[in-house]
Design a protein around this ligand. Structure first.
Ligand code: M6R
Length: 617
């Protein structure tokens, strides 16, 4: 969590820092701060608790001298509450060195004791301040900012990205990273550092990802990357694939509204270029190779939150098409229970940000244990894909709202493509069957667009009627079950309403006790057309809860008259094969979560207590 931006160039550092922080604010929004060396060589800092706007307003009232060197930070609090004092940057004892940090310094108590015993005093409750004081002390000895940071990072345990600057060193910002993201932006007579490319995409499309345990020194005309021992490291440049406008609201009421409207494109773009003659061909899997894919005897999907629900859908598709057993594990549960991994295990990690610490640690564990590791990721240059053997990028475009929407659809799409690629490699589906599924998948974007066109207004109305609601349940069977879980998560995180998703078959085993008159229950109803469909069973479940007074909102295939007598509302979705229905049924639930939060006057893009990428364990 926390967003970091650094700049050296001409006299516009405040503009760059505040613009970058605006784009990175999704990473944390408890407080924000900047440090800038002005044209006269004085370093000024300003930091304020609250959202970035509080800092912006403060700077408008009490301007800080602008200059050519600066660092900026937006915080998600870990050690110490969200106060002005705990906001970053933190300073060295003489106040001349400023430091910002993303991550957690796990041995900070020990270092703090050492500093206190040798006369240091602290102004905050953060773990970060120990790093600022330590680098400051090293600088007094060496007068070299890069060397000072290098000496300190070797002593830190945990995860960190650190940026430092010093009043006596205008035109230099130094960064270091371990298990936390940092990307360089290459400009003309100016250079940038950021937690992700959003920090500087307005100014340059040229970027370089910094590897694990590396240090970077940027000056206006140079960039130098070394490892923690000082050895020069070659880094590969990449081009940022999206425009600055892609990470702007562009007239929408919220990023989330914009991102839901982009769900059709997210699916279409993820398929684009990956189908040849109707057959899925994922060249990205070549580092693992079709021989190894043929030989795998088990897949483990690891992810957190919404990405894990995408993984659950991936399980249904991959097992059906590629006939290989798939387990879905939350990354943090997988990592710490001594899981069984063999050289025939394929681990698929899913992460929109590519920085989720729980998933990153699980990926590293799986790689070390000898599994083949494939990542599904939406962010170029992120850490998780670089720690994996192969990556399939979802092309959903930047997702800024904290609640994941279009990325979920793109993740499911990528997993379905992987399932069809595996089916071809393993010979478990005929080419005709693969082609039929590809046609179904390619039809999904237009069908999502239809759901958005037909249902948006009606769902908005429904949400406005429900602003006083205390609890909502979501039911689904088979592929409808992960959809129910996703619907419940959206409502919890956006509207702060108690919500639970259940497998409908589980109802009678306990949860039905929750049903009392007026209880709102969303039910994901499968198509009645499929001969193997669980439709009759779900209709029975609806009757059971209706008999106990539940208010039922059914998401059902259009024309499905059988649910009409039992549902208070029916949200229709277009016809699709069973495995493809979730990609449609989830859309009304994304809209519902957003509309209910908006109707309650809540911040749809930045819900309380959350951050977009969870980069601490
Ligand atoms: O960046 P990731 O996909 O790894 O993030 C995983 C979860 O933190 C994320 O999906 C989270 O659950 C969202 N807030 C859900 O809307």
């Amino acid at each position: 969590m926390c967003g970091i931006v650094g700049y050296v160039g001409d006299n516009k550092s405040l503009e760059v820092l505040l613009g970058g922080l605006k784009r990175l604010e999704y990473r944390g929004y408890d407080s924000a701060g900047v440090a800038v060396i002005d044209k006269d060589g004085h370093m000024g800092t300003r930091k304020r608790a609250g959202k970035l706007q509080v800092l912006v307003d403060d700077l408008a009232e009490r301007p800080l001298g602008n200059g050519a060197t600066g660092i900026g930070h937006t915080r998600w609090a870990t050690h110490g509450g969200p106060t002005d004092r705990n906001a970053h940057p933190h300073l060295s004892a003489d106040g001349k060195l400023a430091l910002i940090h993303n991550g957690i310094i796990e041995n900070f108590s020990e270092l703090k004791k050492e500093l206190t015993d040798t006369g240091a005093s602290f102004t905050s409750e953060t773990d970060t301040e120990v790093a600022a004081l330590l680098v400051g002390r090293e600088y007094e000895k060496t007068g070299d900012l890069t060397e000072s940071l290098r000496r300190v990072v070797g002593r830190l345990e945990g995860a960190f990205t650190l940026l430092v600057m010093h009043e006596d060193q205008p035109g230099i910002v130094v960064g270091a990273r371990r298990n936390s993201p940092l990307v360089i932006g290459l400009g003309d007579g100016e250079n940038f550092l950021g937690s992700d490319v959003a920090a500087f995409v307005e100014f340059t499309k040229r970027a370089v990802a910094i590897g694990q345990d590396q240090i970077v020194t940027i000056r206006p005309d140079s960039v130098e990357v070394t490892d923690f021992l000082g050895n020069t490291v070659e880094s590969e440049e990449f081009e940022i694939a999206w425009d600055a406008s892609a990470s702007e609201k562009g007239g929408w009421s919220s990023f989330m509204a914009k991102e839901i409207s982009e769900e059709p494109e997210a699916v279409a773009n993820t398929i684009l270029g990956r189908v040849v003659d109707g057959i899925v061909n994922l060249g990205e899997l070549s580092p693992i190779g079709d021989d190894a894919l043929k030989d795998i005897d088990r897949i483990v999907i690891i992810a957190c939150g919404t990405a894990a629900y995408a993984g659950m859908l991936g399980k249904y598709a991959i097992e059906q098409w590629a006939r290989v057993p798939v387990d879905v594990d939350l990354s943090h549960e997988f990592r710490y229970r001594n899981p069984i991994i063999t050289p025939r295990t394929l681990v698929i990690s899913i992460s929109q940000s590519g920085e989720t610490m729980d998933t990153l640690m699980a990926v590293k564990y799986a790689t070390a244990a000898g599994a083949h590791v494939l990542s599904v990721c939406n962010t170029q240059g992120a850490t998780i894909p670089r720690e994996s053997h192969a990556v399939v990028y979802t092309h959903a475009g930047p997702e800024v709202a904290v609640a994941s929407t279009k990325a979920f659809l793109a993740q499911v799409t990528a997993l379905y493509l992987i399932g069809l690629h595996l089916a071809k490699a393993r010979g478990t589906l005929s080419d005709n069957a693969i082609r039929e599924n590809v046609v179904e998948l390619q039809a999904v974007p237009d069908k999502i667009a239809e759901v958005l066109r037909v249902s948006q207004a009606e769902i908005g109305q429904l949400a406005r009627w429900m602003t006083d609601i205390q609890s909502v349940l979501f039911l689904g069977r088979n592929v409808g079950y992960p959809v129910a879980l996703e619907g419940a998560l959206k409502l919890k995180e956006l509207a702060y309403i108690h919500a639970e998703g259940f497998a409908a078959g589980e109802l009678k085993h306990g949860p039905i006790a929750l049903i009392e008159p007026g209880q709102v229950v969303f039910v994901v109803v499968p198509s009645p057309r499929d001969p193997d469909s669980l439709h009759p069973k779900v209709v029975s479940n609806i009757q059971e809860i209706r008999a106990r007074g539940a208010r039922v909102i059914a998401i059902a295939e259009k024309g499905d008259a059988s649910v009409l007598p039992f549902a208070d509302e029916v949200i229709p979705i277009p016809l699709a094969g069973t495995l493809f229905e979730p990609l449609l049924a989830v859309v009304p639930l994304h809209i519902f979560g957003m509309e209910l939060a908006a109707a309650k006057g809540l911040d749809v893009d930045q819900p309380r207590n959350l951050a977009k990428s969870v980069t601490v364990e």
